[in-house]
Write a protein that binds this ligand. Structure first.
Ligand code: FES
Ligand SMILES: [Fe+2]
Length: 390
């Protein structure tokens, strides 16, 4: 395992070495953990406060709210949130709650609006969160309207992604959070030029960490996905770069096999087309860069109260129809098919397994478990989470 940024060619060369020797990058030791991680309400409360209430996590791709006046709403672990594109092109985020008597201000998950108008008594708020109008306002007398704007949350757009810290008044500095290697890496991917072709959320009866763990895990592929993913991706072969908080993991696809006898220095440049570069972005995202440079972004958010539930969001980030060079119908067909394949694996293979796992972890006598030395990125995730919670 390395702590510096390796070139894609170098990562491919190392995956070929692993394939030759039947090895994978490993940590120094196994990492024990207990079932309470997935069911203890006190641990869940600490995660909401010390993780999601303190560090940036991804709430959207910028293309989900491209124009001024576009908004989305999401349930973060601590707050109901509105993110709104401002007339100047920036984004702002607010607690999605009316300051009169606490109605949820915007119930749609996305849309366009000039102002937010509360469904209960029709107080209205400008896009920047300031209170615009109180209906029957004489009955409220001389209230200070400047104190009754929507509660603002720290939000930042960077690398085409919208990041949020789920706590009013907290600081946000995404570049600092990513660190120089990962910040530069994401900048190089041009994610801001892609569009979220599909974005969908799933409420699942499984702890968010159980879900996150499954989507950095290259060890389960041939066992849990023998007829789908395992036909395309090797199992238990990963080259991992550990950047302290975040990690990149390079996994060879089966199509690389024809180069296994070739000396890596003689391999053609496009051999990089035979690996998937995964990225674990602490605290709760996996970003997969596929060989054709489209991306899949998976995020996992704790339920606001119940450790046994989470919200997963999946996004397919693809080149625009103009940049793709495809005719619009073909473009749509290609990505629809891609999305259907992703959904099928999720719904038929990962979700049933993880729901059962969460249920099993509720066993009164569930004992300690462990992450193997080969479960490198899982170990990084658990290690960093412990640091944040310490
Ligand atoms: S609760 Fe929103 S206007 Fe009354
Ligand atoms: Fe899986």
């Amino acid at each position: 395992m390395t702590r510096t940024t390796a070139s894609r060619q170098d990562r491919v060369r190392r995956t070929l070495e692993h394939l030759g020797t039947g090895t994978t990058d490993e940590t120094d030791a196994v990492l024990p953990f207990g079932p309470e991680q997935y069911r203890d309400p006190d641990i869940a409360a600490q995660e909401r406060e010390r993780v999601f209430g303190r560090v940036p996590s991804i709430i959207a791709h910028a293309s989900e709210l491209p124009r001024p006046h576009d908004f989305i709403t999401r349930r973060m672990p601590r707050n109901h949130v509105i993110v709104a594109r401002q007339p100047d092109g920036g984004v702002k985020a607010f607690v999605n709650l009316c300051r009169h008597r606490g109605a949820v201000l915007e119930e749609r998950t996305e849309g366009q609006c000039r102002l937010f108008s509360c469904p209960y008594h029709r107080w209205s708020y400008d896009l920047d969160g300031s209170l615009r109008a109180i209906t029957k306002d004489t009955t409220f007398g001389e209230v200070d309207r400047s104190q009754l704007g929507l509660v603002e949350l720290p939000v930042e757009e960077r690398h085409g992604l919208v990041w949020i810290v789920d706590r009013a008044g907290a600081d946000i500095d995404v570049a600092d959070w990513l660190g120089p290697e990962v910040d530069e890496m994401l900048a190089g991917y041009g994610l801001e030029d892609l569009v979220a072709y599909r974005s969908e959320g799933f409420d699942e009866p499984a702890n968010w960490k159980l879900m996150q763990d499954a989507f950095v895990d290259n060890y389960h592929i041939q066992y849990a996905h023998p007829n789908t993913a395992a036909k395309h991706v090797h199992t238990n072969v990963q080259v991992v770069e550990d950047f302290g908080r975040h990690a990149r993991m390079c996994s060879p696809r089966k199509s690389i096999d024809r180069f296994r006898e070739v000396d890596p220095v003689d391999a053609p440049d496009d051999i990089v087309r035979h690996v998937t570069d995964g990225h674990f972005l602490l605290p709760n995202s996996t970003l997969l860069r596929q060989p054709d440079d489209h991306f899949e972004l998976l995020t996992f958010r704790p339920h606001p109260t119940d450790p046994g539930w989470c919200r997963m969001e999946m996004r397919l980030l693809v080149p625009t129809v103009e940049k793709s060079g495809l005719d619009p119908e073909k473009w749509q067909r290609v990505w629809d098919k891609n999305w259907e394949i992703l959904l099928a694996v999720l719904h038929q293979e990962d979700f049933p397994l993880l729901r059962a796992s969460q249920s099993g972890l509720g066993s009164a006598d569930a004992a300690g478990m462990l992450l193997g030395r080969n479960e490198t990125v899982n170990q990084i995730f658990h290690r960093e989470l412990r640091t944040l919670l310490a």
